[in-house]
Design a protein around this ligand. Structure first.
Ligand SMILES: [Zn+2]
Length: 328
């Protein structure tokens, strides 16, 4: 709470135009390393493409509704590397994913055991850029057990690990997440610590980990606070993401924050690092990211099919002009 108040205080009196003008960020390209597109619409994909998002990472996570069987995990992981990747490609956005057992469902130990058995079938697939998102939610013993097991999996597979840090007791949870990663033998540069705030960032950076920030409306980090973080800590090993999912969230969080950073006087080089380059550098350690693919995916043909399915409804024409008020 202390930090929230400080940052609002500091921002008082600054006059910054608050409407998003895509012209501000035209020509810039963005990489969202944490977004759950399964829960988002085709309108979101279109808006993201229009705002310059060229590639994204969709971490495997909790669906809101607890799963009751391992087959739900199998189908979900399959959709992340199959149908969702295809859907994204139809909007010219390169889709990657991380695969893992989320912290909440690690608490269903019977199911967690079965999920651990199927993970190796998925983590070596093309376009899987890490193990994620894993870590602590309630900081239970079961969460720790499956967090450690999955860190081992990442280590053995040579994949980066994407860590979800808890919302409650965040500082302690973040320290513990890093301590355990080190204990399990991971090098800090292979670990992306997510959902940082002003309380955690210094230690995460000092210890050599990547520090990711989720820009969320109302909770976690607002983007005015993010501007202050970059002013204070610079751009090295810092990245931002939207973590947009089925809750209230904003899939344009990165382009909007880039626009705000630009208006706040942060250099274009720093903006590029935190909204694009650092995420690529971190996750390309998987050997699965080739920036040429960002351009290749641009040749959109919305009439393409995946497993005999297209994103077009029967007889629909591919979308042409989203700004037209005529819906035909
Ligand atoms: Zn997430």
């Amino acid at each position: 709470m202390c930090c929230n108040e400080n940052f609002e205080e500091r921002n008082k009196g600054e006059k910054i135009q608050t409407t998003l003008d895509l012209n501000d960020i035209s020509g810039m390209k963005f990489f969202d390393p944490h977004i759950h597109m399964t829960s988002r619409t085709t309108d979101d994909y279109q808006a993201m493409a229009d705002a310059g998002i060229v590639a994204l990472i969709e971490p495997a996570f909790w669906l809101g509704q607890p799963r009751t069987g391992v087959d739900s995990f199998t189908d979900y992981y399959s959709s992340l590397i199959g149908w969702e990747r295809f859907r994204s490609s139809q909007f010219g956005i390169k889709h990657y994913c991380t695969i893992g057992l989320n912290s909440r469902e690690a608490n269903n130990e019977k199911l967690a055991e079965q999920v651990m058995e199927i993970l190796p079938q998925f983590i070596f697939k093309e376009g899987v850029v890490g193990i994620g998102e894993i870590g602590f939610d309630d900081q239970t013993a079961a969460e720790e057990k499956y967090y450690r097991l999955q860190l081992n999996l990442g280590l053995e597979a040579g994949l980066p690990v994407q860590i979800h840090t808890p919302h409650r007791d965040k500082k302690k949870g973040t320290q513990r997440s890093m301590d355990i990663a080190i204990e399990q033998g991971l090098a800090p540069h292979m670990v992306i610590v997510d959902h940082n705030n002003e309380e955690t960032v210094k230690e995460v950076l000092d210890r050599g980990f990547w520090a990711a920030f989720t820009i969320y409306p109302f909770t976690k980090m607002g983007n005015e606070r993010m501007v202050e973080v970059v002013k204070q800590y610079g751009s090295e090993r810092i990245m931002i993401n939207s973590a947009a999912d089925w809750g209230i969230s904003d899939p344009l969080a990165i382009p909007k924050t880039a626009a705000l950073m630009k208006r706040s006087g942060i250099s274009l080089a720093d903006i590029e690092l935190v909204t694009y380059r650092n995420a690529i550098t971190a996750f390309a350690q998987s050997g699965q990211i080739d920036e040429n693919d960002f351009t290749a995916v641009k040749n959109i043909d919305q009439s393409q099919k995946f497993a005999s399915n297209s994103i077009l409804r029967g007889g629909q024409q591919p979308r042409i002009d989203k700004n037209s008020i005529i819906i035909s």
